[in-house]
Design a protein around this ligand. Structure first.
Ligand code: GRG
Length: 322
């Protein structure tokens, strides 16, 4: 099957997963449910859940335990976009081809919608525990479990899955935080308008953008039950993808069109931001993207499993037009 068709099919699957996990019930707080849904349902490439699922598949995952995490990572990403567009930060009027949340719902509701999505992401991810409960083993007394090999087998298996979900939750909660995305965003905001050292620029990119990409791919691998050294390799692949993705984002900010991007161009220049492109120029930036993605593909090739889709996805990401 050609890559584009495969990718479109996967986006449809992801949209269904996201819809299944978005909140539906409300009473007096309806506005916040609408505001959350407004930016979530505006589309977006759904790269993070796609990378997560691709890693889960690559390492032999076959269950639906990954689905609440796929929805959760997109909720966290969307919260960051809503907050990033606020007047106090980038002050952008368009996102994903629509007026931004604060323009439509007001600044107060946009702040709350971002907060709500971050919180709901964790409510959603913890639903993974319900999906791995094969039966209520806690109701069976310990002696019965110990003496019955088949119950013991189910028990130990469930325990392993619980450990994976716990580990995935740790990654999901730490990567968007102060040692990840928020850390990168804080430095980005503080140093806007200043000249940056290469070290500061790398810190911003690996955290502001890279952390969520790393968490997506690591969670897919963790839930599939891989060992530590494989998690480390996947983290390195994700690191390179994150850096390349952000440099490509900088290039698109200078070279794309409003129609393709679904948001205003030259926002870095408007906000006085130094980027990889302003420091190194477009040609060198493209070479760096090429190098980072080649390295990522080489690591994937050195690993067991069929990573063809993931490799095509990396190529698509570095060549993307939006
Ligand atoms: C304000 C809490 C807070 C965090 C800000 C993610 C972020 C950190 C800001 C968003 C703006 C930005 C340029 C971030 C870098 C990561 C990036 C390129 C985001 C856009 O991701 P895409 O291209 O967007 O995947 P879609 O709309 O396709 O989901």
């Amino acid at each position: 099957m050609d890559f584009e068709k495969q990718m479109n099919d996967k986006v449809v699957e992801i949209e269904n997963v996201i819809q299944a996990y978005m909140p539906k019930e409300y009473t007096f707080q309806k506005t916040i449910i609408d505001a959350m849904d407004y930016t979530m349902s505006a589309g977006g490439k759904r790269i993070r859940p796609m990378l997560m699922k691709a890693c889960y598949d690559l390492f032999g995952g076959t269950a639906n335990v990954v689905e609440p995490f796929m929805a959760a990572i997109e909720m966290i990403h969307t919260y960051s976009l809503i907050h990033d567009d606020l007047p106090a930060l980038d002050n952008d009027d368009y996102r994903r081809g629509r007026k931004t949340a604060h323009i439509v719902y007001g600044e107060d509701m946009a702040i709350l919608a971002g907060d709500a999505l971050l919180n709901y992401a964790f409510e959603t991810a913890t639903k993974a525990f319900d999906l791995i409960m094969s039966q209520n083993l806690l109701d069976i007394d310990t002696e019965t479990i110990a003496n019955d090999t088949s119950t013991l087998y189910v028990y130990v298996n469930e325990l392993k899955q619980r450990k994976s979900v716990e580990r995935a939750l740790q990654v999901l909660s730490s990567k968007p935080g102060i040692y990840g995305m928020i850390g990168g965003q804080v430095v980005d905001v503080e140093l806007t308008g200043s000249t940056l050292t290469e070290e500061q620029l790398v810190y911003i990119y690996e955290n502001k953008t890279g952390a969520l990409i790393e968490s997506s791919m690591m969670i897919g691998a963790i839930l599939a039950g891989v060992d530590e050294s494989t998690i480390e390799k996947i983290q390195k692949v994700a690191y390179n993808i994150g850096m390349a993705f952000q440099i490509q984002d900088d290039i698109l900010d200078e070279t794309s069109t409003f129609e393709e991007l679904g948001k205003a161009l030259h926002s870095d220049e408007k906000n006085g931001k130094v980027t990889y492109v302003t420091i190194h120029g477009i040609k060198e930036s493209r070479n760096e993207i090429e190098k980072l993605s080649r390295e990522a593909i080489e690591i994937l090739e050195s690993m067991d499993g069929d990573s063809e889709f993931l490799q095509h996805l990396i190529e698509y990401l570095i060549d993307r037009k939006n």
